[in-house]
Write a protein that binds this ligand. Structure first.
Ligand SMILES: Nc1ncnc2c1ncn2[C@@H]1O[C@H](COP(=O)(O)OP(=O)(O)OP(=O)(O)O)[C@@H](O)[C@H]1O
Length: 217
């Protein structure tokens, strides 16, 4: 899928935006397959706001946001659900895991929520968890996992479904360099396997991916 933003202004940030330039807000921007985009911006400039707009969770903006050729606000609930099942995957900054479900159950929900076959067999959960060193907490409730463990579970959850665009909001904020490197390598390989695009927001620069584009907010 392609996401196109045209002249988007978040209503809560409108006054601030009049004081500073941005390469995303009040511009025309495309996100789509095959392109890795890094959005580096200081705290409070709207990274999470942007991710919520892109995923269709918030619409308190002016301007237009298209998923492929349709304005997001013209898609019905079924169409939005289908995109989220098979085209767009996300790692939220606040992760949005179910605290009372185990790590495996959280991941499994995403894996099986497919109209046809799951993209991957369930054995892939164990493989990815071993790669990211969270296999020992797979059967533990997410609510009692450390934030860094939960972050890796949320990353795996995003990777077990099909997608052509992966959006991640500060996905490595609680990972040490070694674990962030492993997670990035797994993400990179899963994106390349699907020919998918990546949009990653963060406070700092990183060398985890070969970004095609860098944008400021
Ligand atoms: N639903 C909302 N309604 C009104 N204002 C909001 C809403 N969500 C966020 N804001 C405000 O918009 C600004 C940007 O918030 P946002 O969480 O998008 O920033 P961020 O760049 O992700 O920050 P951080 O790096 O600290 O996570 C903040 O000043 C915040 O208070």
């Amino acid at each position: 899928m392609e996401i196109t933003l045209e002249n988007i202004i978040p209503i809560p940030l409108k006054e601030n935006l009049e004081k500073r330039p941005s390469q995303v807000w009040q511009s025309k921007v495309h996100f789509g397959p095959g392109t890795k985009v890094k959005i580096k911006a200081p705290s409070g400039t709207g990274k999470t706001t942007l991710v919520h707009f892109l995923y269709g969770l918030r619409a308190d903006y002016t301007g237009t946001l298209h998923w492929d050729t349709k304005a997001l606000n013209k898609l019905d609930a079924d169409q939005v659900a289908r995109y989220r099942q098979s085209e767009i995957s996300v790692v939220f900054q606040d992760l949005r895991l179910f605290a009372h479900l185990t790590a495996r159950e959280n991941i499994e929900l995403n894996r099986v929520l497919q109209p046809k076959e799951p993209y991957y067999p369930d054995t892939v959960i164990q493989e990815m968890a071993t790669t990211l060193q969270v296999d020992h907490i797979l059967d533990q409730a997410c609510g009692i996992c450390s934030y860094g463990e939960q972050q890796r579970v949320a990353i795996i959850r995003a990777l077990v479904q099909p997608f052509s665009l992966l959006i991640m909001d500060e996905p490595f904020s609680h990972l040490d360099q070694n674990n962030a490197q492993k997670a990035a390598a797994l993400i990179d390989s899963e994106c390349d396997k699907r020919g998918a695009g990546l949009v990653l927001t963060d406070l700092e620069e990183d060398s985890f991916f070969n970004y095609n584009t860098y944008l400021s907010l």
